[in-house]
Design a protein around this ligand. Structure first.
Ligand SMILES: NC(=O)c1ccc[n+]([C@@H]2O[C@H](COP(=O)([O-])OP(=O)(O)OC[C@H]3O[C@@H](n4cnc5c(N)ncnc54)[C@H](OP(=O)(O)O)[C@@H]3O)[C@@H](O)[C@H]2O)c1
Length: 350
């Protein structure tokens, strides 16, 4: 069945989504029975819309040559917000614009407008979840809509799926994770002798770190993810300031060398545990034995570990750190699961 998508943001992640729709549409159509059609894309310059489906090659060309999707066929300079969503006439909003933890814009307004138009929402941007998790879920619930956000919490790690679909019947007592690839990639480089600056540069060259890695190295990104996971999985209602946060900037090469000599690694660990009827949430560098589930992780590898009863400790690890393509794949994973839940997907032939 056709599923019409509107996309906000056409950077690494947004272009990754469009790339998958160009390169692998048959995977989604033949394997999962969903014909994914992009009917609208917005960037800071405006939007391109076509309710029958945009010309994706023209979209890439307009972005490359003119800097905005508004220069593509169906393009309107300055078209944004509710007017964009009305013209795109999509069933699902894919929100992949730049975000912040002060006002969560422009994502928060887009999400509210989409829910108000009876659209389900798939998020890559974290701001709305960090600042408005409860309200967002309530707004979706009262309209019987879905807000999915696998891409925000260490995409492509199956954080929510593990908790909701695999750990059925267990009490989740807490979790710890390596959810920020950048900081851990830098720590790895430094423990191999690089300076902090060289580590940042290496992570940028690998396409993991942004030009300004502050949110990663100071632990903001990991703290935001910890709060989102805690809200979603533990019902914690944490604010960002409830997470005790230490970044990895102060970790010295000497400490890393000492750890290495003792067969340990220093990793930036995010952890939330149920404690005394509340929650203890921390992000910070920790020394871990190379034999444990976190200490054995190299470079930009990510993992999530749940502490559960009665099953015990359950852990999953992902090799490649989150990048634009991995994040785009994860958004479309949410779209397929949404389509299945909604009965939009034909039964899978295999
Ligand atoms: N990159 C990753 O691996 C990753 C992983 C997980 C989550 N995320 C999140 O996903 C989102 C996108 O990441 P990215 O790496 O694609 O960032 P990016 O390359 O910087 O792209 C951001 C996009 O947002 C657009 N944008 C900014 N303000 C807008 C507005 N008011 N209206 C419409 N579009 C607007 C930008 O438009 P212009 O092109 O005109 O500047 C750009 O296309 C971010 O919130 C990020 O935190 C990223």
């Amino acid at each position: 069945m056709e599923v019409r998508l509107a996309l906000t943001g056409f950077g690494n992640v947004g272009q990754g989504v469009a790339h998958l729709l160009v390169e692998r549409p048959e995977v989604y159509r033949d394997r999962y029975g969903v014909d994914l059609v992009l009917t609208g894309v917005a960037d800071r310059g405006g939007s391109a819309v076509n309710p029958s489906g945009l010309d994706l090659a023209a979209l890439f060309e307009a972005k490359r040559s003119q800097g905005t999707v508004a220069a593509a066929p169906g393009g309107h300079a300055g078209l944004a917000g509710e007017a964009f969503l009305d013209l795109a006439a999509a069933q699902v909003l894919l929100e992949a614009s730049s975000t912040n933890f002060e006002n969560a814009e422009p994502g928060w307004s887009y999400v509210l407008a989409a829910l108000g138009r009876n659209m389900d929402v798939v998020l890559a941007s974290k701001g709305a979840l960090v600042l408005h998790f409860q309200e967002l879920m309530e707004q979706a619930r009262v309209r019987d809509l879905r807000v999915l956000f696998s891409a925000t919490i260490g995409a492509p790690l199956p954080v929510i799926e593990l908790a909701e679909r695999v750990l059925i019947g267990n009490d989740i007592l807490g979790f710890e994770g390596i959810v920020n690839a950048t900081s851990n990639q830098i720590l790895e480089a430094m423990s191999n002798g690089a300076t902090y600056e060289e580590g940042v540069k290496q992570a940028q060259e690998l396409g993991i770190a942004e030009t300004d890695p502050t949110l990663d190295v100071d632990g903001w990104d990991a703290a935001a993810k910890a709060a989102i996971i805690a809200d979603a999985v533990l019902g914690a209602a944490l604010r960002l300031e409830d997470v005790q946060r230490h970044g990895m900037r102060d970790v010295t090469r000497e400490e890393l060398e000492q750890a290495r000599q003792q067969n340990q690694r220093v990793k930036l660990v995010a952890r939330v545990m149920r404690r005394d009827g509340g929650f203890e949430a921390t992000v910070g560098p920790e020394r871990r034995d190379r034999s444990d589930s976190i200490g054995r992780l190299e470079g930009g590898q990510m993992s999530i570990t749940y502490f559960t009863h009665p099953l015990g400790t359950v852990n999953t690890t992902i090799e490649g750190g989150a990048g634009g393509l991995q994040t785009a794949l994860t958004m479309l994973r949410d779209v397929v699961n949404l389509a299945r839940d909604r009965g939009w997907a034909s039964p899978s032939p295999r």
